[in-house]
Design a protein around this ligand. Structure first.
Ligand SMILES: Cc1cc2nc3c(=O)[nH]c(=O)nc-3n(C[C@H](O)[C@H](O)[C@H](O)COP(=O)(O)O)c2cc1C
Length: 405
């Protein structure tokens, strides 16, 4: 019997039907008031019916003044509770867990959406990103507390709506990740300086959420195993944060890496699973469930990582767009590996410049197709999705985000 198909119980007593974990992918499909609608219900129904143990939503913002992208869902209050309930019902069909990912972009909010984004300190992104992102202003202690409360409130609403867990997005260079990194956190108060201080924002958010949702509701964190930038948040520091979260009862930790300036979460140079070498032994040392995401493409690499206890579940993102029923197909042994396309403009010098932009546009386009009840299109022509995104989002479609190959 494949380990992939084995159910297991997370430390707080909740059972998950198998080892497949659909990682967060921003859908950018919210309605005009940032609410979920029929398209999101259809998309998540399809993923739930595809056989995944845990499905994590794309990042849901906790403050409508701080968006990462146009079309982000926002949960600040109960005004769209009815729609959230419908979303949760669709995504929890067939005993699927549906966890809402909660995020605040901090300085990674484009100019077209925020004139002056907020961050731990006034540190701008690197020069080449400045046409797209303004220099942020530093948050006051009162504002930090208000954001912490907003995370708690959003989690409380997610639970009320029927989501079966939440995930705090502390990876990929967004606000919490900015607090963790000494490169972006230059504060001299209790939120800056030592690692203990830099992780205080994350730990405060975790405690606030726990207080709102209780001990039995799964709470997870997506964390960078490293920013992979010199002087940034390191693997050593990540291990210490993981231990602290574990000691305080976190249920699951998903590992990724990188940020907009250094998008290692999509590392095209990696031949197989990303981050696995950095994550060795962590699962043995913690009670919480560890999930590694990035680069899993074959049953062989999945089973190997599970057998070695490098990860308890297999995190999958892009393959789940191209094969929304991938878990069923893997567990029924209908397929053993998946291929994802190498997008190209046909011009190598241009591919090097805008390859990432084509990638993100391509996956967003396929997510929209699934949401419209169509099947994804496997294609390697990078121009079409780029053009499509420009038509939908205008200039904002060109701002750097998670750049994927
Ligand atoms: C279109 C797209 C949107 C994404 N949005 C999110 C997001 O909202 N939150 C997040 O944590 N990661 C996001 N990611 C990153 C994925 O969760 C994952 O870490 C990454 O794609 C590597 O996994 P893969 O190799 O299985 O695709 C996104 C990836 C893609 C392709």
């Amino acid at each position: 019997m494949m380990i992939l198909s084995q159910s297991f119980t997370i430390p707080n007593g909740v059972t998950v039907k198998n080892r497949l974990f659909k990682s967060a992918m921003s859908e950018t499909l919210a309605g005009p008031d940032h609410q979920p609608d029929e398209r999101l219900f259809r998309l998540y129904r399809r993923w739930a019916r595809g056989g995944t143990g845990i499905v994590v939503t794309g990042n849901v913002m906790i403050d409508s003044r701080a968006l990462g992208e146009p079309g982000n869902v926002v949960v600040e209050d109960e005004r769209h509770l009815a729609e959230l309930i419908q979303w949760a019902e669709a995504g929890t069909e067939q005993q699927t867990h549906l966890w809402m990912q909660l995020n605040h972009p901090g300085r990674q909010s484009p100019r077209s959406l925020s004139d002056t984004p907020v961050a731990p300190s006034e540190v701008a992104l690197k020069k080449q990103y400045r046409p797209f992102f303004s220099t942020p202003r530093a948050l006051s202690i009162e504002e930090i507390t208000a954001i912490t409360d907003k995370f708690g409130r959003a989690a409380e609403i997610a639970r009320k709506a029927g989501f079966t867990g939440v995930q705090i997005h502390a990876a990929h260079g967004y606000l919490i990740s900015q607090f963790l990194s000494p490169l972006t956190n230059r504060r001299q108060d209790v939120y800056g300086g030592t690692l203990e201080n830099r992780m205080r924002f994350l730990i405060d958010i975790y405690f606030r959420i726990r207080e709102k949702v209780g001990p039995e509701f799964p709470v997870s964190v997506k964390l960078n195993i490293s920013d992979f930038s010199e002087g940034g948040f390191s693997t050593d520091e990540a291990r210490k944060v993981i231990k602290t979260l574990d000691k305080n009862g976190i249920d699951l930790i998903e590992l990724s890496g990188g940020n907009y300036e250094n998008p290692r979460m999509f590392d095209p140079s990696e031949k197989d699973v990303f981050f696995i070498d950095d994550a060795k032994q962590i699962q043995e040392e913690i009670n919480a469930v560890l999930v590694i995401t990035g680069g899993f493409r074959s049953t062989e690499s999945m089973e190997k990582a599970l057998a070695c206890d490098h990860t308890k579940m297999v995190g999958l993102a892009r393959p789940m767009v191209l094969y929304p029923d991938l878990p069923k197909k893997l567990l029924n042994k209908e397929i053993k590996d998946v291929q994802i396309p190498r997008l190209t403009t046909g011009l190598p010098f241009l591919d090097r410049k805008i390859g990432g932009l084509m990638g993100i546009s391509y996956y967003e386009q396929q997510i929209r197709r699934l949401a419209d009840g169509q099947d994804p299109l496997y294609c390697e022509n990078g121009w079409k999705p780029l053009w499509n995104n420009l038509k939908i989002h205008g200039r904002t479609a060109l701002s750097p985000r998670r750049f994927t190959s």
